[in-house]
Design a protein around this ligand. Structure first.
Ligand code: AMP
Length: 277
């Protein structure tokens, strides 16, 4: 498993594999590797001959007052976890993705506008710009993203389509703890009490989807869910909506093509999750 830090080295490695007729799959991450990331890496290994895992905490996707400084940076442990989980061909861990005078960004619209885009206006510009740059550093055949960050996946798919980028985007379902909490690097911020409460998010989403499937009106099911989450002890709900998947706009009528999406605070930790019908 090569560990590369320089753009020229990862471009050379990727092109050398491809010149031998091998396919390459990129797994972009911010590190602090957990079973969710390992599931993506495992799917990547099945999808391509070579797998590159990028590890980079991207400053451009954090806003003022967000957790950029405290975000866990655990490169040595990450390399060990990836090796123990079956490995990959190269880990790309650039020191920085931006030159001092960096002045060009990609600002996605469409599916990037609601939810995270509305609440964190810097976020998808940061994500799209760094992912585009990663696609240049690793001109892979495939890249894989988790449904845990469903809107991010939709934004990347839209960017690839709109900008004619020659890469296939793969998706992986959300990996959860046994109690239903979606794995996330941000779960490590939770206190013991908050961690006990956190699985309620997914349980509530499952309850909501069950009610919707029974025909309960969306506005009623969603209102009831928010009330239950507040009374369970969740401080603030940024959103808890039913949305259609093509444009991520809210909808009242559940279909197979809709999901419940939430962003919710537990103390100072903001968690996101989504649940298919
Ligand atoms: P991150 O390191 O949090 O930026 O995540 C890197 C990639 O792993 C993204 O495509 C995420 O959607 C994906 N990911 C993170 N957590 C999970 C999870 N619990 N299940 C599946 N994919 C995940």
């Amino acid at each position: 498993m090569k560990i590369l830090h320089r753009k020229a080295d990862i471009i050379d490695a990727t092109k050398a594999w491809q010149s031998e007729g091998e396919t390459v799959c990129l797994v972009p991450t911010m590190g602090n590797i957990h079973q969710g990331h390992l599931a993506l890496i495992s799917k990547a290994r099945k999808s391509a001959n070579r797998v590159v895992v990028s590890i980079y905490v991207n400053p451009a996707q954090f806003g003022t007052g967000e957790d950029f400084d405290s975000y866990p940076r655990t490169l040595n442990d990450d390399c060990a976890a990836i090796a123990a989980g079956g490995g990959c061909d190269a880990i790309y861990a650039p020191v920085s993705m931006y030159e001092a005078m960096h002045a060009t960004s990609i600002t996605p619209s469409g599916v990037a506008l609601p939810m995270e885009g509305q609440l964190r206006p810097h976020f998808f510009t940061g994500v799209a710009t760094v992912v585009f740059k990663l696609f240049v550093h690793i001109p892979a055949d495939f890249a894989i993203f988790g449904e845990k960050d469903f809107q991010q996946l939709a934004v990347i798919r839209q960017m690839v389509k709109d900008l004619d980028i020659n890469i296939h985007i793969l998706a992986h379902p959300t990996i959860r703890e046994a109690d239903g909490l979606a794995l996330s690097s941000r779960n490590y911020y939770l206190s013991t009490k908050e961690r006990r409460l956190a699985p309620k998010i997914y349980k509530q989403m499952q309850e909501t989807t069950a009610l919707l499937k029974k025909g309960v009106e969306a506005s009623i099911a969603l209102k009831q869910a928010k009330e239950k989450l507040h009374s369970a002890g969740f401080d603030k709900i940024d959103y808890y909506d039913l949305r259609q998947l093509d444009d991520l706009q809210p909808c009242n009528r559940p279909t197979e093509n809709s999901r419940v999406f939430t962003a919710i605070w537990l103390g100072s930790t903001r968690l996101i999750d989504n649940c298919a019908l």
